[in-house]
Design a protein around this ligand. Structure first.
Ligand code: NDP
Ligand code: 2IT
Length: 451
């Protein structure tokens, strides 16, 4: 029998940094995960000897490629495109594409790594991947977006397929971009298959996919509060971001009786103490998805609210917080400000919006705190349901899909409680989601032997 010394967190992380230098976001995501999972692995040597953790922290493969396109003035433009195929132990690679100037390998590896456990938690058969480009869609014309999407897909099409790797949207990639990419994929391959999700309804998309991440994030909060005999009803809520996830998180919070008082973009945030009602949210959705304007315009349109240039919403008093913009948007100071102002619980719509020290602030305060891999899994879950519908060549109705989404979020919550409940009854959702997500993928990898 092979002997393997127990894993030590610090030594493991040193090895990770040595193997993957200069990737701070990836190191951060792995550290949060390893803190929870290493004690579990040491108690379960069947995972230790086959070096499951080392294997899980190395993507299966990574594609990096040039994307050359022409802007409206006829200039040649060059960007870098990526696809990280992280882990396909429990299903084909599955995860979004991000178009943002900040995209690099570290960010895509952190997102692909998180996706592994998120997809495992959904209970659906999906492996993990993430991709995108350092392309900045801001200020680009629709034609420029189209040319970029087509150029990106011309190369990406070599690596994806309905049974191998199924991309979807993320920051900077919504219905418009998915349509351009799906059209190009179909043209190149000469076949109509469900190789992308988040498609429009007319050509194989699923009802509820657009709403799924945000709705799921609100449902997850409702589940956490239910466990404490409480609910969203009557609560003052902070939402950050004003993109796809933030919009539908705000919509569901409002439907559940909560009052959303903030939303934001990368320029600043608006504070509307009377609440962002359904009508006002309709304005924001049009502003962001059709006009492609800035959130500051909300404060010009509606009275009794304020716009805070260059600031984040975390100093506004609230009961509940829903970070739905981007990674590392809540640091230790913001977490302490939230608690000092009465925040009772946090549900992440974004991926890794909370820094490592802020995670500790929430856990030490023993408030319900849901990491994105649990609370934002609704999006990829409905992507999984879109794949199912494409495979059986049927489309389910809205009610059925919303019920399934609710059921999946409930099951994710239950898994977190099973693996995260501590002796005094406190549920550590970080530990619960990491261990529950890990076990399924690890058992599949073990079953395959040395691969
Ligand atoms: P969108 O592009 O639709 O919206 C992103 C929002 O976040 C915009 O309001 C944007 O502002 C803001 N934002 C982006 N970068 C920054 C930044 N550096 N600082 C401050 N604000 C920023 O993306 P999504 O809503 O789809 O994604 C939001 C988050 O949710 C991401 O973390 C994503 O990974 C995660 N997520 C998305 C899922 C999906 O299905 N779409 C599923 C699960 C998670 P601006 O317009 O100024 O850039
Ligand atoms: O982070 C995520 O889960 C997503 N961007 C959605 C991925 C998907 O395949 O729907």
């Amino acid at each position: 029998m092979n002997h393997q010394a127990p894993l030590i967190l610090e030594t493991f992380l040193e090895g990770l940094v040595k193997r993957s230098p200069g990737e701070p976001e990836f190191h951060q995501a792995v550290e949060e995960f390893a803190k929870c999972v290493i004690p579990y692995i040491n108690e379960h040597p069947k995972y230790l000897v086959p070096r499951i953790l080392e294997r899980m922290t190395e993507p299966d493969r990574t594609f990096i490629f040039r994307v050359c396109w022409e802007d409206d003035e006829g200039n040649y433009r060059v960007n870098r495109g990526y696809r990280v195929q992280f882990n396909n132990a429990i299903g084909p690679y599955k995860g979004g594409l991000r178009f943002h100037h900040s995209v690099n390998l570290s960010i895509l590896k952190f997102l692909g790594f998180e996706q592994t456990f998120k997809n495992s938690l959904t209970t659906l058969p999906m492996g993990s991947g993430k991709g995108g480009a350092d392309f900045n869609p801001k200020g680009k014309s629709t034609k420029e977006i189209m040319r970029f999407c087509q150029a990106y897909m011309t190369e990406l099409s070599k690596y994806i397929g309905e049974n191998t790797d199924i991309p979807a949207g993320d920051i900077g990639v919504g219905a418009r971009e998915i349509s351009f990419m799906f059209g190009q994929y179909k043209r190149i391959k000469g076949e109509f298959t469900g190789t992308l999700t988040g498609k429009s309804i007319e050509f194989g998309g699923s009802l509820i996919r657009k709403e799924a991440t945000g709705y799921g994030c609100a449902y997850f909060m409702e589940e956490m509060l239910k466990l404490k005999s409480d609910s969203i009803e009557g609560k003052t809520c902070l939402v950050s971001g004003s993109g796809n996830v933030a919009q539908f998180c705000a919509e569901k919070i409002t439907q559940l009786g909560g009052k959303v008082v903030t939303m934001s973009d990368s320029s600043g945030f608006i504070h509307d103490p009377n609440g962002i009602t359904a009508e006002k949210l309709e304005y924001i959705i049009d502003l962001k998805t059709v006009q492609r304007g800035r959130i500051s315009e909300y404060a010009e349109k509606f009275h009794d609210c304020t716009y805070h240039e260059g600031e984040q919403p975390w100093n506004v008093p609230c009961d509940l917080a829903f970070p739905c913009a981007t990674q590392n948007e809540i640091d230790g100071d913001s977490a302490r400000a939230l608690l000092a102002n009465g925040c009772l619980a946090v549900s992440e719509g974004a991926n890794m919006p909370v820094t490592l020290d802020a995670v500790d602030v929430f856990l030490n305060a023993r408030i319900p705190y849901a990491p994105g891999k649990a609370s934002n899994a609704g999006g990829v879950a409905v992507s999984g349901l879109e794949m199912t519908q494409n495979s059986i060549r049927l489309a389910w109705d809205r009610e059925e899909l919303e019920e399934r989404l609710k059921g999946i979020m409930r099951k994710i919550h239950n898994q977190c409680v099973t693996h995260g409940r501590e002796a005094d009854g406190f549920v550590n959702y970080v530990k619960g989601s990491n261990i529950a997500g890990f076990v399924k993928v690890a058992d599949a990898m073990l079953a395959y032997g040395v691969l």
